[in-house]
Design a protein around this ligand. Structure first.
Ligand SMILES: Cc1cc2nc3c(=O)[nH]c(=O)nc-3n(C[C@H](O)[C@H](O)[C@H](O)COP(=O)(O)OP(=O)(O)OC[C@H]3O[C@@H](n4cnc5c(N)ncnc54)[C@H](O)[C@@H]3O)c2cc1C
Length: 407
């Protein structure tokens, strides 16, 4: 059978591409190597699926900004919410983060799959795509169990992070073989590893902090990236949303062999002088003999012990000034990021200058892309799934908008 459209990948982008294509065509096939659809959707948002954000714009994405904005102009968070309501996913909005009202990621997958299947689409699992050829305007897709053919092809195989749930990188090689350039895949939205397991004794502690990533730059001022929120300490390093948000810059810098440091401000509400004054006031008011005791009630107990590493004399004002500086600008060298199996997204992928605003390849006519496989990654907060919905919808719609009749 010759399909109108074959979609490789039944993740967020592939399912949305199928829903969109099925508005026009009835011959839509999805191929996936997994045995279930939407495994990353199911894992998203700690199983609750933060599927979009009410505050949307290209500034929340890393990638070519005119490409990102052209995508969001065509299909944005409002379009997602409207379409989701129609297929059964009622929204729950918390601080602009949008979830299904059920707070179950699995329900999002169920509604999307139902829409595809009841709309006449076919999903075939256990179909690992190993090769793609185009001969006389027809795509031939070779899988682990056979060969399929279609007039149009949408590749929505996602990023190489969490490979047990999604892609393994082989598709990027196939796409490169078709003439596309691939921006080196790096880990995004990932925890950072520090020297010598420095935070071992405070593992599990969570603290609201300001953080600044500093990247050494030859002959120039160091590059700084800032964020704030809940930092989580663990055996090997630091994680939490603000760390994940800055992690793609750390990934890139480490890959280039540059020195990377994170500065943590443990008490962002006070300026350094205010903190110094407060420490002196507390010392004078409290019957305490150590820095550790002085910090109890101000900072998490375990962290207070950790910060009192130098066992400084509390009666010396210079030491209190030193502590104020230390608490406000705690510096920690970063040696690595966590592994691919902990990275929520891939930074890098298909060079978007080779993709038009219909999501069609500028190199291979009839070939479309959708989702994380492109060199665009969003920040935390529903932006990566929105990217998958937006690009999936556009690719699906345009793949079936054909000059040649296909039905
Ligand atoms: C733990 C975790 C939590 C996350 N939480 C959030 C969140 O709350 N909000 C948010 O916006 N984003 C979140 N993300 C990111 C988001 O889930 C992804 O960006 C998004 O799912 C990508 O969708 P996709 O369709 O492009 O790719 P994927 O979902 O990865 O789908 C790709 C599909 O292609 C299939 N495939 C790959 N290679 C082949 C092949 N060769 N042959 C056949 N099939 C193949 C895979 O099996 C997979 O089903 C999270 C990611 C992770 C890992």
């Amino acid at each position: 059978m010759l399909y109108d459209v074959i979609i490789i990948g039944s993740g967020a982008a592939g399912l949305m591409a199928a829903i969109s294509a099925l508005n026009t065509s009835k011959h839509v096939l999805i191929l996936d190597k997994n045995q279930k659809a939407g495994r990353k959707i199911s894992a998203s948002g700690n199983g609750k699926c933060n599927f979009t954000n009410m505050v949307m714009g290209e500034e929340y994405y890393n990638g070519e900004s005119s490409f990102v904005s052209s995508v969001l102009k065509q299909f944005n968070e409002k379009d997602t919410i409207e379409l989701f309501r129609k297929i059964g996913i009622y929204p729950k909005i918390k601080n602009n983060y949008v979830y299904p009202y059920s707070e179950q990621a699995a329900s999002v997958v169920a509604c999307l799959v139902s829409k595809v299947v009841y709309g006449g689409g076919i999903i075939k699992f256990d179909e690992y795509v190993t090769d793609i050829k185009k001969e006389e305007d027809i795509f031939y897709i070779k899988t682990s169990s056979g060969e399929y053919a279609s007039y149009r092809l949408i590749i929505a195989t996602g990023g190489v992070s969490y490979s047990q749930l999604g892609a393994d990188g082989a598709m990027l090689d196939i796409i490169e073989g078709m003439g596309h350039h691939i921006v080196k895949p790096l880990k995004g939205l990932v925890g950072l590893i520090c020297k010598k397991n420095v935070f071992r004794n405070v593992s599990g502690v969570r603290v609201n902090a300001n953080i600044a990533l500093e990247i050494a730059s030859v002959n120039k001022k160091p590059i700084k990236v800032k964020n704030s929120g809940e930092v989580i300490f663990n055996e090997s390093g630091i994680s939490g949303i603000p760390i994940m948000q800055i992690s793609r810059y750390a990934s890139k810098a480490l890959d280039e062999g540059r020195k990377v440091k994170v500065y943590i401000d443990f008490i962002p509400e006070l300026e350094e002088e205010e903190l110094y004054a407060l420490l002196k006031e507390r010392r004078n008011n409290m019957n305490v003999v150590s820095i550790y005791e002085l910090l109890i009630g101000l900072i998490n107990n375990k962290l207070a012990g950790f910060l009192d590493r130098e066992k400084l004399d509390i009666n010396n004002d210079k030491n209190l000034l030193h502590m104020a500086k230390y608490i406000k600008r705690f510096a920690i060298p970063i040696t690595q990021t966590n592994g691919w199996d902990n990275a929520q997204v891939m930074a890098g992928g298909i060079d978007t200058s080779e993709i038009d605003s219909d999501m069609q390849s500028k190199i291979v006519e009839g070939l479309y892309f959708a989702g994380e496989i492109m060199d665009v990654d969003g920040t935390c907060g529903g932006y990566n799934l929105q990217w998958a919905w937006s690009t999936g919808f556009i690719a699906g719609k345009n793949a079936v908008k054909m000059e040649r009749g296909l039905d």
